[in-house]
Design a protein around this ligand. Sequence first.
Ligand code: MF3
Ligand code: CO
Length: 248
Amino acid sequence: MINLKSKDEIDLMREAGRIAALCLEELKAQICEGKTPLELDRFAEEYIRKHGGTPSFKGYMGYPASLCVSVNEEVVHGIPSSRPFREGDLVSIDIGAIFKEFHGDMAVTVPVGKIPADKEKLVRVTEEALYKGIEMARVGNYLSDISHAVQKHAEKNGFSVVRELVGHGVGRRLHEEPQVPNYGKPGEGPILEEGIVIAIEPMLNMGKADVKVRNDKWTVVTVDMMPSAHFEHTLAITKNGPVILTKP
Ligand code: MF3
Ligand code: CO
């Protein structure tokens, strides 16, 4: 069952999204060679709490941190470490904040210094794929129209889409129904209606789509060790079209 959100609930979710987005802006500005994921994580937890929120991820199924920081071949769910970033790294940061019970969930991928052209293209196409998906998040469309749009854009550009992880409904829980895959045929699944709030989160690989989980039980990495990128927004479906909630 999909939990539909009222106008007032969506307004609260916009506050949660704003806290996550403002924090992520700060984090992006801090990313440079020598910075460590743990430093970002400490900053994020403090920032979220100072702004009246609670980190969504900390303690979620035993997850130990407030951020996921996934570097290069790490796809998602990287546990922040003390290993400093290096020039040319591709860093995905995933952040979630709870405000008055509601979650906001988002992610971006950013380069450290100068990165090679193929990594740059991967980042650009992944973000574009997210917006292709968001564009389809309209009343009357099918859920899989979103999935199809993401997959089409990724594959047209020579990248592969991770299948094992999906976007999701967002609300009082971080993960609600429906699941939002990043691949599929159009015209399937539930028809989108006003009040549905979802996170769309394409994960694109430069090489093959296959992923595995490291021994730490969290970090998802590409099997072929090629780089991966991840972008995510939480958005509400309204009669005026998709409204991104994770915005500063
Ligand atoms: N944005 C991620 C997701 O939707 C974050 C979950 S990380 C976790 O799945 F550690 F909290 F699980
Ligand atoms: Co998510």
